[in-house]
Design a protein around this ligand. Structure first.
Ligand code: G3P
Ligand code: CA
Length: 241
């Protein structure tokens, strides 16, 4: 089973922050890191999960209504009176570039299922190529049309199609979105192993994010493999490596 850090090490550290990514790169045996991107009002690519800033920062409102300058002022509570800021993708590349050139992978999820963020595909692909890390990137989105755009811009792009059920991922893949991997929810494995033969199936999990306390539950990765899952995006990859 290949293990990815979902939004970084997001059970013990605030998700999608430089700290969560820094903790992840130090894990031996980690396949890759997953993160989410959106655009600010003035078109900067930032790493953030929710469309609203309310849950994880001290701000209120849609992320897309903040300029980069305004977004910088928001604080993410990191415990022990420490705070973090929402990182730009460039800051994350500064941290990860060397690791990506040595084989670590990065799954960039375009969070454009609700707001389409016009032009985000071209922006992120340009940044990836400027860094020379294109061979280590997997793009993903729930929005199949965005994946089509990525494939059109970069025919070599590796793409994972997101949905709840693996059958819906497959349906979108066969619809021509350009994906070469399926990214279902781990409980959405509604196809038999035979139907998934030879496919890359990267399953994602929800819940159990910082600042919730670790639950201590352990997944049976063997059982997940038997369902056809090849990779898992875990909030707590450090427990399995
Ligand atoms: O990319 C897998 C997973 O991250 C999708 O769900 O809500 O955690 O972004 P979410
Ligand atoms: Ca994600």
């Amino acid at each position: 089973m290949k293990i990815w850090a979902h939004r970084g090490c997001s059970q013990r550290y605030p998700e999608n922050t430089l700290t969560a990514f820094e903790k992840a790169v130090n894990l031996k045996g980690l396949t890759g890191i997953e993160l989410d991107i959106q655009l600010t009002k003035d078109g900067e690519v930032v790493v953030f999960h929710d469309e609203k800033v309310n849950r994880t920062t001290n701000g209120i409102g849609d992320l897309k209504s903040f300029s980069m300058r305004e977004l910088r002022k928001l604080q993410i509570d990191a415990g022990n009176e420490q705070t973090e800021r929402i990182p730009t993708i460039e800051e994350v590349f500064d941290l990860l570039e060397g690791y990506l050139k040595q084989g670590l992978q990065l799954n960039i999820e375009l969070k454009n299922g609700i707001y389409p963020y016009e032009g985000m595909e071209q922006k992120i692909i340009d940044m990836v190529y400027r860094r020379g890390v294109q061979d280590s990137i997997v793009y993903s989105s729930f929005y199949a049309r965005s994946l089509e755009k990525i494939k059109k811009i970069d025919t070599h792009a590796k793409i994972g199609v997101l949905d709840e059920k693996v059958s819906d991922c497959l349906y979108k893949m066969r619809g021509g979105c350009g994906a070469d991997a399926l990214h279902p929810h781990w409980k959405g494995m509604d196809l038999s192993l035979q139907n998934l033969q030879g496919m890359t199936v990267r399953a994602w999990f929800d819940g159990h994010l910082y600042p919730d306390k670790p639950t201590g539950t352990r997944l049976d990765l063997q059982k997940l493999e038997e369902k056809g899952i090849t990779d898992v995006f875990l909030n707590e990859p450090e427990v399995y490596l």
